[in-house]
Design a protein around this ligand. Sequence first.
Ligand code: C2E
Ligand code: MG
Ligand code: MG
Length: 877
Amino acid sequence: MTDDIAQSLTQRNGRIERLKERAQAILAQRDNDIGLPMVGALESAKLLEELRIYQVELELQNDELRSAQRAAELAQRRYQVLFEQLPLPALVLDNNAMVDDCNASANALLGNLRYQQPTDARFWRKLNGDDRARLHAALRDLQAGETRCLEQLAVAAGDATAPVFDAHLIGLSMDYKLDRRVLLLLVDRTAELAHAHDQRLFGTLLDSSDSLIYAADKQGQLLLANQALLTFLQRSRADVLGHKREDFLPLRDAIVQTKVDQQVWQSGQAVTLEEQMHLSQGGQALDFLTRKFVLRDSAGAIYGVGGISTDITTLKDQQRQAMLSETVFMTSEEAIIITDANTCILRVNPAFTRQSGFSSETMLGRYASALKSGRQDQTFYASLWQSLNNTGRWSGELNNRRADGSFYTVHSNINAVCDAQQTVLHYIAVQTDVTLLHKARQQLEHQASHDALTGLPNRTLFNDRLAQLIAASKRHETSFALLFIDLDRFKEVNDTMGHPVGDALLRTIAHRLQSAVRTEDTVARVGGDEFVLLLTAVDRARAQQFATTLLERMREPLALDASQHYRPMASLGLAIFPDDGDTPDLLLRNADMAMYGAKLGGRNRLASYTPQMTLANDQAFAIQSELAEAIAQQQLRVFYQPKCRLSDGSVCGAEALVRWQRPAHGLVMPGEFIGVAEKSGLLMALDSWVLGEALRQVGHWLRAGLWRSDWRVAVNRNVLDLQHPDMLLQLQALLAKHQVPASVLELEITEDALLMHTTDQIQRLHSLRDMGVSLAIDDFGTGYSSLAYLSQLPISVIKIDQSFVRSMLSNDNDAVLVHTIVDLAHNLGHTLVAEGIEQPQQLEKLRAVACEFGQGYLFGKPVSADDFEARWLQPFI
Ligand code: C2E
Ligand code: MG
Ligand code: MG
């Protein structure tokens, strides 16, 4: 409006000027052209008219101007009020940038500026140097009518809490050259900036925390999430803020979280809880300690729940580890002792109490050395400590003493527990009681090297000792003896009396052997009924002497059961180191061979090894392999030796004796192969063949009238035949087949064989006698049966062993013995046959003691059936 007025005023002024010029021109023309009055008058009149009109217009305009002026004044007053009341501090700077005016707000902010002198620079002094320069530059560059903003101007420089403003500059003048006044509006940003600062601080705090910090509204939408949470979730802030937990947490975790939130805002109470969150669905679970609390708005209304969750996974793992360790400690089967660095006991577990008998209470505060048994010396403990100090560990066996004073052995692992500086804090000992283990091991070792039945060293240990003895004897150039002992007829004891009796016999023998030797000697059991003795530092003579005494000792009667006494007998083989062998194998083999020689020699005797035995042994081996064939190949023969009446020398029967027509060897005597046949299980077949052949032959002679029916043919039988259940039937069948009456047959059984019998066998002997078959005891006197005992058996004939007959001439004792045997046998109703009568003097003596029958070379040697027939048999009809 003011501009309009001004413009109109300017126009009018121009018009007035032009009118003035025209009026002056008219007046000048009139002065120059007095002669032309008509023109002047006309012009003047027009001018006047114009002036009048103009006058009117001017007045009108003056009215307008006045009202405009009034309006302007009003506006100015209005602006002044506005300026004054403006809540923003406002200043007007004059051309010199001095404060020309300021409103109340600015006055209050900047101090009393209103009444300052135009040159007063108080305002500028309120600004710091930089801000001052910035404002100056802005004012300088400001164009007319332009506005500009200077941000963050600090007023009241030097004060840290000074308010900060944005300064808006407004050029007030249209013409900047004339008027450079500028309106300065100050917008206070102090609070806003402070808030932003707080926000940053708060954000930094949140994001610097390792704990997950978050807030959610009642709908479960996340309002806040710190960096730790975002890292945990592997999400950006935008991914989670405003989203429900289901969008970024495994469903199970989201449900649990939301539920807890609900409880918190429903109760209004903060809670602290331990919970788990998973890295992903089904992923690793982490443990958190969480504090949840309600969020209230300024009016106190709950609008959400805040939470701080601290990852305690490591702590929980440690806790679990500690619990696990504690469980292991408490439930371990191994004793655990924990001490301090001075071995003072801090803890022991229940297994320790079970192991040692010491309760936890009694051990606490005591030193570990209290457990020592005193069985391990200082050197032992010195090396233990050396290991512990150098390596931090020791393992080995300790001998300890229990609460009850008994000793026990533990296998112990001791470890030092150190801190970061390698200072020992504790010692931990884990101990297993190995006492029983040791015992079991010793037992096992003993079992591995000893015979379970007799407790004697077994073959393994014997071999060891033999090797050691050979080495020692070589060093000292001494000899020693190896005695191989094999029980005679042990198999029969076992078979007839049962294994428990056999075992008892073996134990007795073991005991007898053991008590017969010196401590430095060894007795071992190396087979069923085989024992070996190592007699250190003896020569052959002493060994033989010892073995003979031993034989005597072994023979002492023993009660196998309540009813009978038994004299154990054995065959002994002796080999001397180094003469009979200087290696374990050879020595043992040769002693074994000597023992075998003793067996062949009639058992119950000692045989010393001789090189010939090796030869014989080889032969025996050959015999064994050929003998099986011999029966099938009809190589066996039966020879007959006459049995005669001693009174007149007349024949009254014969003994059938086997021979072997061995290819390339000629006629072989039974002494060479009966033992082998017995050992190799061929004897029964051999005996059966001899029995069959003898009965066939005698049957033939009977029918030919050459054999009288009151003569007997004596056939040797092994006692084992009696065990055969069909034996009687077979015998009957055989007798019938060859038409031989049972009374013609006499079965000879050796004395020692008869000692072993079963009820069955006795029963069979009775049946035999009932059948009419005679039974004879062969080689009587070599065994240890008493006649009284034999009288209980159904025996009718006793054959006195030829060794008595042979020695009765030279040995009075034997003569007396023979006499006694004959008397006793007669008293018991037995018939007597003397074997091996070679000399007439023997015959005389036997006649003198009233022995009725005899066999011997004096009468006739065993001969073939043909020769026997030719020499001894004549038709008697
Ligand atoms: P034996 O049953 O005592 O037989 C008597 C042995 O004495 C026979 O030896 C006989 O030849 C021998 N003899 C007889 N009179 C004299 C004599 O005056 N002086 C000497 N020095 N010896 C005499 P043989 O035939 O060598 O038989 C030895 C042993 O073999 C027998 O002793 C017997 O136990 C056994 N035997 C023989 N044949 C058989 C058989 O068929 N079966 C079984 N199981 N054993 C048999
Ligand atoms: Mg005989
Ligand atoms: Mg005989």
